[in-house]
Design a protein around this ligand. Structure first.
Ligand SMILES: Nc1ncnc2c1ncn2[C@@H]1O[C@H](COP(=O)(O)OP(=O)(O)OP(=O)(O)O)[C@@H](O)[C@H]1O
Length: 659
């Protein structure tokens, strides 16, 4: 065995300069930056600029109402109890404050200790009762919030998932949709804290009003200073909310990327390739790079927020100096007696913490509110892609007509996926579509099944444009085996019926499975049809690739038996052995009379079972005809692909050793 020869200097000079990893990363980042600005423009930052103190003050009551409405929807009884406890706790707090100032006032009166106690007694008893009651109510509030908050989160999450599932499929091709989803998801994640923040705002406000009332009754001149002193804290809190929100908005794409990288690295579906391809260090490096971009934005936001807080602390300090100075002045100039001054000290401290609580929690609530806006906006419009079509419920179509269809995906594709495609499909027909990779076959199937709507041109079901059909009604009539079929973590039976039950559920499931050979696989599973098809879950089992594909075909056959219409199969036998493939292809013919069947295949021989073959080339229909007609032609794409598939001669001589 010869050693691989070492490269000479000459080799190095002649070889083209390959980009290093560093220059490659930089070039890629520049390219991505250009794409980002092209897709998003300034839109992402517009939201953040509308954040202001006035906006916050205006929105707080609405946010408190929204939090309570979410809580109400999640658990009425607990929310009602919570509101009652909260209100009673507020009243007890106010009584505590008034009684405390009364007690302090009595203690500062001239006289003996006995005189003091006697004078303080009328305030002391309500003080003790109210303080005890408040403590008990506080515990009740915490317990009730602990019950309601997770329920709010669960309802919010379910509503978000439902809204996501109600979006048009094309949304997934739009980067803006992903960003909206990410923002809404963050909004849903804030909901557990929403209630406690709203409660804290209410509690702080009650305590502030009570303290301001006490102060006003002692000497109203202190109150304006007190309120003035809270302005810097309020402004700073809103500014900080704005800084953090903008940082989150501008890094949403990065966070999305991290989630995807993470998923790719830990998901079972790719676990084998992660190991054998040794991609971990490379992906980790990418992860770190993206993470560093987020960290840089977060660090900058933290620095900016700290600066704002510093100025706020200076302002608040000056405000406090004014309040305490005015109290000192009132006392020194004998405008206020010692007893009142003592009470005022207590009231000022209570009011200050009330203001800080109100402003701090208000800003927190406001910040959550920004995310919550994203959440509600998504719920209302499914990110702007809510499925809104007509309300005609279609019967199984007799004729599906495609007229001059052109389809362009968003993104960097130069050419449309489909260009001027016209095709008529009749019930009872089995049509095969063949063509090279990227020629538009799958796109045409997605349009035929109403997953995508025509951008240019038209598709009609018995003369009705698909956009005028009720989406659910239409999909009830469509049974598909997509190229990448779902491997649901459900039982074997559920993987076929997917919750669409019939009177004779198991027998229909078994019949569909028998046509694909899936029944033989199920017979070998320990718990038969009840076996959970999710290895790694308790009692779960895993199928082979072909096993899953047989399940996917059985699913489509079950659906189409329930509601005949369109049966669409996109390479349904790509993972199957010849026997299984044969079984499935032969099952299609007897089903054909009652439906329109469309089969995409790369195996040209398989197209023989079709009544008609459509050949696609770069988004256009290049040829149509029966298999025999097309095979009989001396040229054309069909003939070329057929010859290539038949030709298995390898150029060059076989090594002598192999004979
Ligand atoms: N979701 C998408 N977003 C952007 N471009 C897409 C999307 N799906 C497909 N395309 C592009 O549209 C063109 C047609 O793709 P399509 O999947 O319809 O081809 P196909 O004939 O089914 O290919 P294959 O035989 O490889 O399955 C290709 O250029 C492809 O890159």
């Amino acid at each position: 065995m010869t050693e691989p020869s070492a490269k000479t200097d000459q080799d190095h000079e002649d070889a083209p300069a390959l980009p290093t990893q560093a220059t490659d990363d930089q070039a890629l980042e520049e390219h991505n930056e250009e794409l980002r600005s092209r897709y998003y423009g300034d839109n992402r930052l517009k939201v953040g600029t509308s954040i202001s103190t006035v906006a916050m003050l205006r929105r707080l009551p609405q946010l408190v109402r929204r939090a309570m409405a979410l809580a109400w929807a999640a658990d009425r009884t607990s929310t009602a109890l919570l509101l009652v406890c909260q209100a009673l706790s507020g009243v007890a707090g106010a009584v505590t404050l008034y009684a405390t100032t009364g007690t302090i006032g009595a203690l500062f009166q001239p006289g003996s200790v006995t005189d003091h106690l006697r004078a303080a007694a009328p305030s002391l008893i309500p003080l003790l009762v109210a303080a005890g009651l408040r403590a008990i109510l506080g515990i009740a509030v915490v317990a009730l919030s602990g019950r309601v908050s997770p329920r709010i989160n669960r309802e919010a999450d379910l509503a978000l998932i439902a809204a996501g599932c109600a979006a048009e499929l094309r949304a997934y091709d739009e980067p803006a949709y992903t960003e909206k989803w990410e923002a809404a998801d963050r909004g849903a994640a804030t909901t557990p804290d929403l209630l406690s923040s709203a409660q804290d705002v209410i509690a702080s406000t009650i305590s502030l009003i009570a303290a301001a009332g006490v102060l006003a009754s002692l000497d109203w001149r202190i109150v304006p200073f007190l309120l003035l002193g809270s302005v810097p804290t309020g402004i700073a809190a809103v500014r900080t909310a704005r800084i953090h929100y903008l940082a989150a908005v501008t890094t949403s794409e990065e966070r999305q990327a991290l989630r995807i990288y993470r998923w790719f690295l830990i998901d079972k579906g790719r676990a084998d390739q992660v190991r054998s391809d040794q991609i971990t260090p490379f992906m980790m490096r990418k992860y770190r790079q993206v993470e560093q971009r987020i960290a840089a934005a977060t660090d900058q936001a933290t620095r900016d927020a700290a600066q704002v807080s510093l100025w706020a602390a200076v302002g608040t300090g000056m405000g406090s100096a004014l309040v305490w100075g005015s109290l000192l002045y009132l006392f020194a100039s004998s405008r206020i007696v010692l007893a009142a001054a003592g009470s005022a000290v207590f009231a000022i401290r209570t009011a200050t913490s009330g203001i800080q609580g109100m402003v701090g929690n208000g800003a927190r609530l406001y910040r959550m509110g920004l995310y919550l806006d994203d959440y509600f906006e998504f719920l209302d419009e499914a990110g702007g892609y809510r499925i809104q079509r007509g309300d005609t419920i279609p019967a199984a179509p007799g004729v599906v007509e495609v007229k001059d269809l052109t389809h362009h995906y968003p993104g960097d594709q130069q050419e449309p996926a489909l260009k001027g495609v016209s095709l008529t499909l009749h019930r009872g027909e089995l049509v095969a579509i063949i063509g090279q990779n990227g020629s538009g076959k799958t796109t045409l199937l997605k349009l035929l099944s109403g997953l995508l709507l025509p951008q240019h041109g038209q598709i009609t079901w018995d003369g009705v444009p698909v956009g005028e059909l009720d989406a659910d009604g239409m999909w009830r009539r469509v049974a598909r085996v997509p190229q990448e079929f779902a491997r649901w973590p459900l039982s074997a039976a559920e993987n076929v019926h997917l919750g669409h039950a019939t009177d004779d559920l198991l027998s229909e499931v078994e019949k569909a499975a028998a046509k694909t050979g899936f029944d033989e696989i199920v017979a070998r599973l320990r718990s038969g049809w009840r076996t959970l098809l999710a290895q790694g879950w308790l009692g779960g089992a895993e199928l082979s690739g072909g096993g899953w594909q047989r399940a996917a075909v059985a699913r489509a056959l079950y659906r189409t038996t329930l509601n005949p219409g369109l049966l669409i199969l996109d390479e349904p036998t790509s993972d199957l052995d010849p026997r299984s493939e044969h079984k499935i292809l032969h099952a299609l013919r007897p089903l054909a009379p009652e439906r329109i069947t469309v089969l995409v295949t790369h195996n040209i021989s398989n197209a023989k079972i079709a009544d008609r073959v459509v050949v696609m080339d770069r988004g256009r229909i290049a040829q149509t005809g029966t298999w025999e007609e097309l095979a009989g032609q001396n040229d054309g794409l069909f003939r070329e692909l057929l010859d290539l598939q038949r030709d298995r001669t390898i150029p060059g001589q076989r090594p002598a050793a192999l004979g």
